[in-house]
Design a protein around this ligand. Structure first.
Ligand code: GRF
Length: 192
């Protein structure tokens, strides 16, 4: 069976994107990465993607209307032949048009146990709340921020004395494992 084609959107270092790319090297992985796109031409993850021989597209969103910028990204993704999108540290709110155009075809990874701690500073908030665990979630992207149906989560124990950075580093390890597994399951289910 042919592989699902995934476009990954990043804004920064792209470690989750790298994890998805490495997982895709396995012969039995049901997806391939056809494009890495960014709203920041300086995003470090773009160098990684280029070195791995993956097509990249970068365009700054600065000075553009949200919908106008999203239309440019959307056109590139479709040109690349992608039928799924994985957001991986993509620090842009998406326009309703873009989200509805990829309904049930776009996933995101978030560094908390959703529905807890949507938005930013998730690790700090979990520690301050006295939680025993932080973690990460992969969810379907809907119009509301960090709000779509959760497809998978990994709990990460908070160690007494953890700083937000300590916790973030361990959650990131869990993120890298969770995302590729959930994405693979998701595209497998969708293909049936
Ligand atoms: C990750 O923690 C991810 O959960 C969040 O942003 C961070 C991106 O890191 N959405 P990276 O660019 O994948 O390394």
């Amino acid at each position: 069976m042919s592989k699902a084609k995934v476009a990954i959107l990043i804004s920064g270092r792209g470690s989750n994107m790298a994890a998805l790319v490495y997982a895709a090297k396995a012969a039995d992985c049901p997806y391939e990465v056809v494009l890495v796109a960014s709203n920041d031409p300086e995003a470090a993850g773009l160098d990684f993607a280029r070195a791995e021989g993956i097509a990249t597209f970068a365009h700054s969103h600065k000075g553009m209307k949200r919908a106008e910028f999203d239309a440019i990204i959307d056109a590139e993704i479709r040109k690349a032949g992608a039928n799924y999108i994985a957001l991986a540290g993509y620090m842009r709110l998406l326009s309703p048009e873009f989200v509805s155009g990829w309904e049930n075809r776009m996933l995101n990874i978030h560094p908390s146990l959703l529905p807890k701690y949507k938005g930013l500073h998730t690790h700090e908030r979990a520690i301050e709340a006295g939680d025993t665990h932080g973690g990460c979630s992969v969810h379907i992207v809907t119009a509301e921020l960090d709000d779509g149906p959760v497809l998978g989560q990994t709990e990460v124990a908070i160690i007494p004395g953890d700083t937000p950075d300590d916790l973030a580093a361990r959650v990131l390890i869990a993120e890298h494992q969770l995302y590729s597994r959930v994405l693979a399951d998701w595209v497998n289910n969708e293909k049936q």
